[in-house]
Design a protein around this ligand. Structure first.
Ligand code: SF4
Ligand code: SF4
Length: 75
């Protein structure tokens, strides 16, 4: 039996709802940690989730409520 009790590196689970996102780039511009990168259409890709400091700026700034940040640890 294996124990799975390791702390993950990623501190948050960040998701972008593709149906709601209008590719305005606000989340990419406001994220202080550069978690997002734009694909060639301007759509944010969650590239560096381990950098996330859970400031929630992307969530509150997204005009279309497309970003969700779930906090994974309880520091
Ligand atoms: S702020 Fe919201 S709508 Fe704009 S690019 Fe980011 S996820 Fe998409
Ligand atoms: S919560 Fe803050 S650090 Fe994390 S992805 Fe959003 S804007 Fe970036």
């Amino acid at each position: 039996m294996e124990e799975v009790d390791k702390k993950q590196k990623a501190r948050a689970e960040i998701t972008v709802n593709e149906k709601w996102c209008k590719k305005c780039g606000i989340c990419i511009a406001f994220c202080p940690k550069g978690v997002f990168v734009a694909d060639k259409f301007g759509k944010p890709i969650v590239k560096y989730p381990e950098q996330c400091i859970k400031c929630m700026l992307c969530v509150v700034r997204c005009p279309d409520f497309a970003v969700d940040v779930k906090k994974l640890d309880s520091e």
